[in-house]
Design a protein. Structure first.
Length: 235
């Protein structure tokens, strides 16, 4: 059973999942769509002054508390299962499932994964498993750089193998430098290579410091990049 919402995953870490997710959340809130944002597991607190920075940005854009945005926050910037073991924390998938299940069914649920699609959230459960598990369509964020064609196609293939409904792909600009030839041609090639029912939805602009951007600014970027998707969700 599919519920109203989406799961955002990526082709790798540091591809722009958080800025795209936060921008979507900000645009939905601006359109007065009842919603809940979640980043169930976040690692890397020691790099951000002890604060789960991704959850904090999502919370600010959603107008909710940081504490209601994550389930586990781990110290080291490692894969969750590894970071948890090094923190002597037992990650409980059933606890995460319960938080998702408790979200009001009338709320549009936006969940950001961690790392790439095949990274384990808990032992034995990868991000790619969560779409089918929670009944959420999956949006793939891919970094616009050399190698993105292979990484994106493999990610989509892995998601489909795990019975996820893939909404489409967002190509994210990860550098403010002049675009390379690869970066100039990736969108056209991805649009050609992706399965017919997995569209390339747009190319997201470079955001140098999303945590310092106002939600209104992020919402504007989402509306400019993903107008058709947002229209479908806000009608």
């Amino acid at each position: 059973m599919t519920r109203r919402g989406l799961l955002v995953t990526g082709t790798d870490t540091e591809v722009g999942k958080t800025v795209v997710t936060a921008s979507i959340v900000a645009a939905l809130r601006e359109a007065e769509v009842p919603l809940r944002a979640l980043k169930p597991v976040e690692s890397g607190l020691e790099d951000n002054g002890g604060v789960p920075a991704d959850a904090a940005l999502l919370a600010r854009c959603a107008g909710q508390s940081i504490e209601s945005t994550y389930v586990y926050a781990l110290r080291e910037p490692l894969a969750p299962a590894v970071a948890a073991e090094r923190d002597s924390v037992a990650l409980d998938q059933s606890r995460i499932d319960a938080v998702v299940a408790d979200v009001d069914s009338s709320d549009f649920l936006v969940v950001e994964g961690v790392g790439g699609a095949l990274v384990e959230v808990t032992r034995g459960t990868a991000v790619a498993d969560l779409g089918a598990r929670w009944g959420l369509p999956v949006l793939v964020v891919a970094a616009n750089r050399l190698g993105v064609l292979n990484h994106t196609l493999l990610t989509v293939e892995a998601l489909r193998a795990r019975k996820a409904q893939v909404l489409g792909v967002v190509l994210n600009t990860v550098s403010e430098a002049p675009p390379t030839v690869s970066e100039q041609t990736n969108a056209e090639e991805l649009a050609r290579l992706l399965p017919a029912d997995v569209p390339l939805l747009g190319t997201f602009p470079f955001v140098p410091a999303p945590d310092r951007e106002a939600p209104e600014s992020l919402a504007l970027r989402a509306r400019a990049t993903l107008p058709d998707l947002l229209l479908a969700w806000t009608q």
